[in-house]
Design a protein around this ligand. Structure first.
Ligand SMILES: Nc1nc2c(c(=O)[nH]1)N[C@H]1C(S)=C(S)[C@@H](COP(=O)(O)O)O[C@H]1N2
Ligand SMILES: [Mo]
Length: 327
């Protein structure tokens, strides 16, 4: 689907659009959600393609509406988390370990323009701007559960494209078996990077077949708008069947390698955070159970699902592996 070439100056700012919608609704001019549902995805894509979606001027919560998501729930019927929750409860140790403090500290972190270098065991190494990636690969909405290893979770409507598309573009060599991701290192803008305990920059990795799986995306937006700095803008990985720490934010380098790459968390605590880190309710973290989780915005706890509910799509990637060892 190609976005209409609407100049960004003609795109209705989201907040204006919203208040007009509220206005029309009070006049009874909108038939339920039908009008919005039909046009929202297109506008969302156009907006992100033009990077015209307005960013909140402050980290103060936006209204908890779901204006540009065509979905209201994931495929299991669980409702989306609010924009407010998704953008105000974050793990992002480059800024702070305080989940509710990330949004404010990251507020002025520049996410555009943003470049990603793709290199290593590839025939056509190249640097891409995120704007170019958005034009080329047309981000689509993907509603995914995000399950943190700390046993909380959310349902998030990402805008993104399969990582596979980018990897194909650079033509991986036959010797490539893993993909290594490196996040930005800017200690003058990211106060958490002055904490020497962590081996900055944040890095992560996937096996090449995991990276090529259709569920694995690079996200460039959420809720139909741009990707806020606290959620990993300019661009971040999302691997929904793995614990959240695999979904590395603010990526500047993607490298194809022959050897399994080191990761920040398996370097800091190898017996707590494995390379595979597949969500698995039967394998406890050394310090707590992984059997259940707290869905942000809900009371009580819910059962954690094998592979975070994506077993049908991904279990075959791990045939012959002992999942008790490869959590
Ligand atoms: N660069 C970077 N990426 C990161 C992290 C981080 O600290 N730094 N935290 C990870 C963890 S533990 C989780 S649970 C998710 C949280 O993503 P969210 O804040 O968008 O929900 O980001 C992951 N990606
Ligand atoms: Mo996490």
């Amino acid at each position: 689907m190609k976005p209409d070439p609407i100049p960004s100056s003609e795109i209705t700012p989201k907040d204006l659009y919203l208040s007009r919608r509220e206005f029309l609704k009070t006049l009874g001019l909108l038939a339920g959600g039908a009008v919005l549902a039909a046009c929202a995805p297109k506008l969302a894509e156009t907006q992100s393609a033009a990077t015209a979606a307005p960013r909140p001027a402050t980290a103060s919560p936006r209204p908890a509406v779901t204006p540009f998501s065509r979905a209201t729930a994931d495929e299991l019927g669980d409702p989306l988390n609010s924009y407010k929750d998704i953008t105000n409860y974050n793990n992002y140790y480059e800024f702070t370990t305080d989940k509710q403090g990330v949004a404010v500290l990251a507020r002025d972190f520049p996410t555009s323009p943003w470049d990603v270098q793709v290199h290593g065991l590839v025939h056509r190494p190249r640097t891409f701007s995120v704007d170019e990636l958005i034009r080329k690969f047309q981000p689509e909405e993907r509603v995914y559960r995000l399950r943190c290893v700390e046993a909380w979770s959310m349902v998030i409507p990402w805008l993104g494209f399969p990582l596979r598309k980018l990897l194909k573009e650079v033509e991986p060599a036959g010797s490539a078996r893993y993909v290594r991701f490196e996040a930005v290192y800017q200690p003058e803008k990211m106060p958490g990077q002055k904490v020497p305990f962590y081996p900055w920059p944040y890095q992560e990795g996937l096996r090449l077949d995991e990276a090529m799986h259709d569920l694995t995306i690079l996200a460039t937006g959420l809720y139909g708008g741009e990707l806020p700095p606290q959620n990993g803008g300019g661009i971040r990985l999302v691997v929904p069947w793995k614990y959240g720490f695999k979904s590395i934010k603010a990526i500047i380098k993607i490298e194809l390698t022959a050897e399994q790459p080191a990761t920040l968390w398996s370097t800091v605590a190898p017996d707590e955070y494995g390379f595979y880190a597949n969500v698995n309710p039967r394998v406890d973290h050394p310090r707590w159970s992984q059997r259940t989780e707290r869905r942000i915005g809900e009371f009580g706890r819910r059962d954690t699902l094998m592979f975070n509910g994506y077993a049908e799509q991904v279990a075959q990637l791990y045939n012959g592996m002992d999942l008790r060892l490869y959590y």
